[in-house]
Design a protein. Structure first.
Lengths: 384, 265
């Protein structure tokens, strides 16, 4: 499992693994300060053509500033931004071949839907009236809003406004489409539908999409690659699978999904696995690279769904990491249940189980004594 | 809201309105007085309105006033809008507090002081007093009203609209003309109407800064009243009241219309 493929393989598209591939958008040592605040701190990042790329992080991490610098609304204090090999650091926003979809949609309230969509085309010289009308109609069809062209933005629902904003930002066929929290204002169901529509659209049009989001599920769903940001820096740039299954730092592990972290010291080697002495759960086994020095402190992370739970102590290979505890809390979600198990050390371990059967002979209840187990390859060694 | 007004509320409402508007109503009624004496009712007549339109002095004064009001309101609308943009958009530039203080000072400055200081200035630089000095003075004091009205509109303006326009390839000046201005236009129009009515009924500043040949209507009325009120003056005042009322109502409607439009977004 480890080393071969992490998470689901979405498509055979991975230019970032090809050392000869030319990046389409390239940040080189970009820094942006707002007074004493470092909004973006020495970010270097390559994004490839036709990639669906996410900038993910909590609010204030600099992801929006990075996007706005690419659009030209903010100027970097140091560093350069290249688009398709051209340095665009000094180019004003109205001359950049990128378009942005705004979080607030920013639809012009005094114009109709059609006028909003045609706005970008009208700024170009040499676009005939007929061509403009054709493109506008095409865009309306693309976002399934035929017949809404004569309406004003304030006569549309939130979801429809979102589509108009999308159509407007796509009308000029930009080289790169920037999306700033594009689905933030939609309710959950609509947001999930729209995520898939965005993915299909990006595939069909063959465009490069860069999306800013604080919603980790959204980033995982739509992206080819995700850049996790914190305090103005890139923490990890990788595919959703890698980010989830192989987080480089404690921060990334904790930010995406849920994880149990055990702090300890690297003690010895047991075959392909290293033994980490943890205060919370005793000695734990985790897979380790050949050359790693067996000393110093280390953290083991285990995702809740990779831990098995039962009344009996497991036998065989599963015995390497076994811990006893008692049920402290149960969160029942219908499809899943999350058990909070209290170990004898007092540490709470989260375990997620899929409820595959409707009737269980003896369900796990509060205060039950249970055994937790996971194989060495389920753990993540975070060397921080 | 209460469906029924209590007696107390009813009385205070009537008393309040009477206090404010009874003098004006009396003035309007007596403008249709047949009698030459202002205080004695001699039957209904429109003869003073007829007399008014034959009084060349009054008509000249009215024409001067309207021209000054139109010109000063237009210039004040432009300058006031620019001042509001500078105050809202340029962030914390050097001397911002001083600038905003100076823009708003005429709002609270006693008119006598504004008028006197302008008079001294015009005398000092040797500007002949007349039509242009009154216009300049009116621009000075009505500009701040426009700035206040436009500023409040700009504060609620979503900057991402301008960014979106720029993002779609629109150069900065055009962004202002096709996006910003149409959206803040109701506030600019309201400011213009306010400046227009302020100029129309200003007496104090005009008295200080006017010269021969540029007597405004309020000045003419005031000087006529000193010789004794005639129903003719009542008639002029009635017309002036109609003008100002229409202006104020139009200004508030422009604001409401816009608020209603924005509210639906």
């Amino acid at each position: 499992m480890s080393g071969e493929s992490l998470g689901s393989v979405r498509r055979a598209f991975a230019p970032w693994t090809d050392p000869d591939a030319k990046p389409f958008v390239c940040f080189k040592g970009v820094t942006k300060r707002f007074g004493p605040v470092m909004a973006v701190d020495a970010v270097s990042l390559d994004i490839f053509e036709r990639e669906f790329f996410s900038l993910l992080g909590p609010s204030g991490c600099g992801k929006t500033t990075l996007l706005r610098m690419l659009a030209g609304f903010e100027t970097a204090n140091t560093g350069y931004i290249f688009l398709d090999g051209v340095n665009i650091s000094e180019v004003p926003p109205h001359r950049r071949p990128v378009n942005m979809m705004f979080q607030s949609y920013a639809l012009f309230p005094h114009m109709t839907v059609e006028q909003n969509i045609a706005f970008g085309l009208r700024q170009e010289s040499g676009v005939s009236k007929a061509a403009m009308a054709d493109r506008t109609a095409e865009m309306l069809k693309l976002v399934q809003l035929e017949g809404y062209g004569k309406r004003r933005p304030n006569q549309l629902s939130g979801g429809q406004q979102q589509r108009v904003a999308l159509a407007r930002s796509l009308a000029k066929r930009p080289k790169v489409l920037l999306l700033d929290e594009p689905l933030g204002a939609l309710d959950k169901k609509l947001r999930e539908e729209t995520q898939f529509e965005l993915m299909d659209l990006q595939m069909d049009l063959g465009l490069t999409f860069i999306i800013v989001t604080h919603d980790q599920e959204e980033a995982m769903t739509v992206s080819d690659r995700i850049a996790v940001m914190n305090e103005g820096r890139l923490v990890q740039v990788a595919t959703p699978g890698e980010i989830y299954e192989q987080p480089k730092t404690r921060y990334v592990a904790d930010f995406l999904g849920s994880i149990n972290l055990f702090d300890g010291t690297l003690a010895s080697r047991n075959g392909a696995a290293a033994v980490v002495e943890t205060g919370a759960a005793g000695p734990l086994h985790v897979l380790i690279d050949e050359g790693t020095e067996l000393a110093g402190s280390a953290t083991i992370g285990v995702r809740p769904e990779k831990i098995s739970i039962g009344f009996d102590r497991p036998n065989g290979a599963g015995r390497l990491n076994t811990v006893k505890g008692e049920i402290w809390d149960i969160a029942y979600y219908g499809d899943l249940s999350t058990y909070h198990v209290k170990l004898s050390s007092g540490t709470i371990v989260k375990v997620t189980v899929t409820n595959t059967t409707r009737l269980v002979e003896r369900p796990i209840g509060w205060d039950d004594e249970v055994w937790l187990a996971w194989p060495p390859e389920a753990g993540i060694l975070i060397a921080e | 809201m209460n469906a029924r007004l209590s007696t107390f509320n009813m009385v205070s409402l009537v008393a309040g309105f009477a206090f404010l508007y009874l003098p004006i109503v009396i003035l309007i009624i007596y403008s249709f007085n047949e009698s030459r004496l202002v205080t004695v009712w001699g039957g209904f007549s429109t003869r003073w309105y007829v007399a008014l339109f034959q009084n060349q002095q009054l008509l000249d004064a009215a024409w001067v006033t309207v021209r000054i009001a139109f010109l000063s309101a237009t210039v004040a609308a432009v300058l006031g809008t620019l001042a509001a943009i500078a105050l809202v958009r340029f962030g914390r530039f050097h001397g911002r507090t001083l600038f905003s203080g100076m823009v708003y000072a005429p709002l609270v400055m006693p008119e006598v002081i504004t008028g006197l200081s302008l008079l001294l200035l015009f005398v000092a630089i040797g500007l002949d007093r007349g039509f242009w000095t009154v216009t300049l003075a009116h621009i000075t004091f009505s500009m701040c009203f426009v700035a206040v009205v436009v500023q409040s509109r700009l504060l609620s303006f979503d900057r991402s609209l301008e960014e979106a326009a720029a993002d779609l390839g629109c150069p900065p000046v055009k962004v202002f003309l096709v996006v910003t201005l149409p959206i803040i236009l109701p506030a600019v129009v309201a400011g213009w109407l306010l400046a227009f009515t302020l100029s129309l009924d200003d007496l104090v500043i005009a008295s200080f800064t006017s010269g021969p040949g540029a007597t405004t209507l309020p000045m003419r009325i005031y000087s006529a009243v000193r010789l004794g009120v005639t129903p003719e003056i009542n008639a002029v005042c009635t017309i002036l009241i109609v003008f100002v009322t229409v202006g104020v109502i139009a200004a508030s409607l422009a604001g409401k219309w816009h608020a209603a439009k924005a509210g639906r977004v």
